[in-house]
Design a protein around this ligand. Structure first.
Ligand SMILES: Nc1ncnc2c1ncn2[C@@H]1O[C@H](COP(=O)(O)OP(=O)(O)OP(=O)(O)O)[C@@H](O)[C@H]1O
Length: 959
């Protein structure tokens, strides 16, 4: 993990492995000894305590294991290199590594050889006692430690303590701990399925849903909000503060490369339904809008999403918001790097959903949104009912989506329509067309003669449709119940049977909806049209349906898988080219890996005149052609093709790059013709409302190559003159041309479970998708090239200490010396001008040696440090005791002297106080004495005065 910022918690580096890691594969039999017929895996090899037979075997096997471990003296030591033994702190961080890995070209390889190729390092793993993946009978992959190997049998111990004897070939090497949860699958030394699955799951469990597989970004749908988006993250990726794999990072690279190389870029997003393509495309658009925004157009571009989703998405059993069309959004940039406009191209809208959808699924969201959210005035104008009242919506018995408020969504769509400048009047016309489609489904027919001919019933359905599209009831009734045909010079009118009438009605509904969708996209494109500031630079985001293989595959899967073959070829060619370029740049003597792409399968589709598409078109033009005659024709002409196999019951199988798919031809011709009779077109062109007129003229100007169907045997014209397959092929060619002129960036979305629930990771499902979307192909192909590369400097720094003699400091010389010292076979590596290129597994071998050496060093260091620590502890203890006694004595002395001082001070204070008291008493007494003395004198004086006064009085009296 190469995050350089610590701000964002979800992107912290991985440090630990779950202590008992076990993963489950959906392929319960692969790799099992039992499958090899020679009882490679004996049933009682899985040892459980409590079973008497097993106990015996435990003894036998465990004893053998112990002996071996004892003999070799490495058992305990080896464990130190296992996940249990290596402490997290001991592990070097992957962040400081410079392991670079890249994709390799794609020679074709059969499934049977896959396992062999991937396990060809097993002998090495078992010889070196490494960890290996072992697949249990229940399909679980479990990590085990090889204890010993004799002959072609190994004894392994699992982490829960079980010891098993297994065939060596059934073991798949596991990667060293250093590679746990690596950002890029190409960094894995052992590129095998369990390791890839483990790595993805390891990251997924920590909300790190993005992982690189060379140049491809693998995105696992979290089915919950993950804290990986928003302005902080956008800013961090913009500043390159985070380098973890992310859609933002891919988009950022695209912008930078567009500016730097002046080459248009494309972001190609694929994956199966519900894997997260549309969300990923929106995340990429968000980033582009944030970086290239400013003119306001980016807001309009983002607002196209709710519109396209409302009109082109529906709830299916696999995804509540499934896009039923493919789209390419081309975002244009001005010279200053700001978004100047955009253009949207759509592919193959699933029209049939308008008139028919499976139980539990829904038609297009907009129908339900309109019924739930239309304001009263609009409801009145369109005579809108509830969704339950329309046959087209009622048939699947599903009206709502958990957690989705259709009325609220309708308001969002109206708002978005305003933003992309669709006038209120046009919006009303759009809603009128939607209501007309809904009411068309309610039109019923009644039999009018004994030949089962029918005519439309004049009920509210017929009445409302006529009103909404602006035609007379009579014209509508005639169009739905009859066909005008030309026989010789005469025009005749043929009445329709019930099924023909229903087909005509449904064809009209489908065509109106499909035309409405195209018209809307056209209006959006007008609104987003690139202004004068155009530089010609653009980034295109392709969100296209992934490879599909169901129990029953029909025309839609046929087209979708054909598109995926084309994209796969683009993917192959691009990766092949890149690979070669890097080898040439670094001067690598690289024996060119023979590049075999899926051209054979593409030829099967495209070859003229005997390819699937040509034969399909040819049969579609035959008036008497049926699905059965088509199947027979394909078998007749293509059975010798290695990619084709005829099947019973008008089916055939195609060997696609992602696996075999059997197609049922039922409905192929009708879907390919996709006819709308000229009567219906004429009806639309005669309508007073503007949109039907536009649709009609659009249909009439499509192509001049006629396709006729059963209803047009006698020269009746048709509407859609270009077959669907041919039109789609043309679109794909155009798309490929556009993509060829861009630098592609691939994102493969993976669905971790079928329940659309978070925290659930079904290994079997993930594995199947990885195989299908070619991620495992990249991984597999890397075995034949040099997928791991490291600069001379990094290599010398990392492994230089393993050298016995270091003669030079030059990184290149050190690197070569390491390679020689460890006897890395010359065919296992190449020395480039700047980097060393290794075949898969070689770095893992060196890494093991490094870990082992480091571990040995750690053991010696720990023993020495232990001895040192014990000795110094003893010394320390003696010293401490002495020191303590000194300190205690000193403390006591200090305390005594302090006490003494206090005592003396107290005595002095007492003395002083006593003296003060004594003096005070003395003074008081003396004062008292003076007072007393003074009193006597006064008395004497007073008495004298009295005596004097008395004498005077006596004298006066006597006088
Ligand atoms: N990055 C993500 N974060 C959170 N949820 C996601 C993310 N990607 C996908 N999801 C969830 O998965 C659902 C399906 O995703 P999305 O519609 O993008 O699939 P899809 O591959 O486009 O399917 P389809 O081919 O049927 O259109 C979304 O509605 C959303 O709930």
């Amino acid at each position: 993990m190469s995050a350089t910022s610590k701000v964002l918690p979800a992107l912290h580096p991985i440090k630990s492995l779950p202590p008992k890691f076990k993963i489950t594969s959906g392929n319960p039999t692969a790799g099992l000894m039992e499958n090899h017929g020679d009882a490679k895996f004996r049933s009682n090899d899985v040892i459980r305590s409590g079973s008497p037979e097993n106990d015996a075997l435990i003894g036998e096997v465990a004893e053998e294991a112990q002996n071996c471990a004892g003999d070799m003296g490495v058992y305990g030591e080896d464990l130190a290199y296992s996940r249990k033994g290596v402490s997290l702190e001991d592990r070097p961080s992957i962040a400081d590594e410079d392991l670079e890995s890249v994709p390799l070209p794609f020679p074709s390889i059969s499934m049977s050889s896959r396992e062999r190729r991937w396990s060809d390092t097993t002998p090495y793993a078992s010889k070196k006692k490494l960890q290996s993946w072992f697949q249990l009978p229940n399909g679980n992959w479990e990590l085990g430690k090889i204890i010993t190997t004799s002959g072609n049998e190994s004894i392994i111990s699992l982490f829960d303590g079980k010891v098993l004897k297994v065939k060596e070939e059934s073991l798949v090497p596991a990667n060293p701990d250093i590679l746990d949860g690596v950002d890029d699958l190409m960094q894995l030394s052992y590129l095998n399925e369990p390791s890839v699955l483990f790595n993805l799951q390891y990251r997924y469990n920590q909300n790190m849903i993005y992982t690189k597989a060379g140049p491809v970004l693998v995105a696992i749908n979290p089915f919950k909000k993950v804290p990986l988006y928003g302005n902080d993250y956008i800013e961090a990726y913009k500043r390159k503060a985070i380098e973890s794999p992310h859609v933002y990072a891919i988009t950022d690279t695209a912008i930078r490369e567009m500016i730097r190389d002046e080459v248009n870029q494309s972001i190609i997003i694929s994956g199966e339904s519900g894997a997260g393509k549309t969300e990923t495309a929106k995340i990429a658009m968000q980033y582009l809008a944030a970086l290239g925004g400013g003119s306001g157009i980016e807001y309009e571009i983002l607002k196209t999403n709710p519109i396209l989703e409302a009109f082109g998405n529906a709830k299916t059993l696999r995804n509540d918001n499934s896009s039923r069309f493919g789209k390419l959004i081309e975002i244009h940039f001005s010279e200053t790097g700001k978004i100047s406009g955009a253009n949207i191209q759509t592919f193959l809208l699933e029209k049939s959903r308008v008139v028919q959808c499976n139980e539990g699924e829904r038609s297009y969201h907009i129908f339900y949104q309109l019924c739930a959210g239309a304001p009263p005035s609009l409801r009145g104008k369109l005579n809108l009912q509830n969704a339950e009242d329309y046959n087209y919506l009622r048939q699947s018995n599903c009206y709502s989506i958990t957690g989705v408020n259709d009325a609220e969504e309708f308001r969002t769509v109206m708002e978005a329509l305003d933003v992309v400048h669709i006038s209120k009047e046009d919006q009303e016309n759009v809603f009128a067309m939607l209501a007309a489609v809904l009411w068309l489904g309610n039109i019923s027919f009644t039999v009018i003669d004994n030949e089962n001919h029918v005519q439309a019933v004049e009920d509210e359905g017929l009445f409302h449709v006529a009103k909404l599209i602006g035609c007379s009831i009579e014209d509508l009734k005639l169009t739905l119940s009859t066909r005008k045909m030309k026989v010789g010079n005469d025009n005749i009118v043929q009445k329709l049977t019930l099924s023909q009438a229903i087909d005509a009605r449904d064809a009209l509904a489908k065509s109106i909806y499909a035309c409405l969708f195209d018209w809307l996209v056209e209006q959006i494109n007008k609104s987003l049209a690139v202004g004068k500031r155009r530089t010609g630079r653009s980034i295109s985001i392709l969100d296209i349906y992934g490879f599909e293989s169901f129990n029953r595959n029909s025309f839609e899967q046929f087209c979708i898988n054909y598109a995926n073959e084309r994209l796969q070829q683009h993917f192959n060619r691009h990766l092949f080219k890149l690979e070669q370029e890097e080898y040439i740049q670094d001067g690598i003597d690289w024996a060119k890996v023979e590049f075999e792409d899926n051209q054979d399968c593409l030829n099967l589709f495209e070859k003229r005149p005997l390819g699937l598409l040509s034969l399909l078109d040819e049969e579609s033009t035959f008036p008497n052609g049926t699905d059965l005659t088509l199947a027979n024709k394909l078998k007749q002409h293509l059975n010798s093709n290695s990619c084709f196999k005829g099947e019973r019951d008008q089916a055939f199988t195609v060997h696609h790059y992602a696996g075999q798919v059997t197609y049922d031809t039922t409905g192929f011709l009708e879907k390919n013709r996709d006819l709308l009779h000229v009567d219906s077109i004429q009806l639309l062109s005669s309508c007073t409302c503007p949109l039907p007129q536009i649709f009609a003229s659009h249909m009439l100007t499509q192509s001049d190559k006629p396709v006729v169907g059963p209803l047009h045997k006698s020269g009746g014209a048709d509407s859609q003159k270009l077959s669907v397959a041919t039109k789609f092929k043309g679109q794909l060619f155009q798309l490929m041309q556009r993509l060829e002129s861009t630098t592609p960036h691939f994102i493969r979305c993976i669905k971790p479970n079928n329940l659309q629930s978070p925290e659930s990771y079904e290994q079997g499902l993930v594995l199947q998708q990885l195989r299908c979307c070619g991620v495992l192909e990249v991984v597999r192909i890397s075995r034949s090239g040099f997928p791991t590369r490291m600069s001379h400097q990094k290599f010398a720094r990392r492994y230089g200490f393993l050298l016995d003699n270091v003669a030079s400091q030059d990184p290149l010389s050190v690197s070569v010396a390491i390679l020689h010292q460890f006897n890395i076979l010359s065919e296992m590596y190449q020395v480039g001008y700047t980097k060393l290129f290794f075949r898969t597994g070689q770095i893992g071998v060196l890494e093991d040696t490094r870990n082992r050496t480091l571990h040995g060093i750690l053991r010696v260091q720990s023993c020495f440090r232990g001895f040192q620590a014990r000795r110094s502890l003893k010394d320390l203890r003696g010293g401490i005791t002495t020191l303590q006694s000194f300190i205690r004595g000193d403390k006591t002395r200090k305390a005594y002297s302090a006490l003494l001082k206090r005592h003396r001070a107290a005595v002095i204070i007492q003395k002083q106080i006593k003296a003060v008291f004594a003096r005070n008493r003395m003074r008081t007494i003396s004062d008292a004495a003076i007072v007393i003395q003074a009193g006597k004198v006064l008395y004497y004086i007073n008495s004298k005065i009295y005596d004097t006064n008395f004498c005077c009085m006596e004298y006066r009296c006597s006088n």
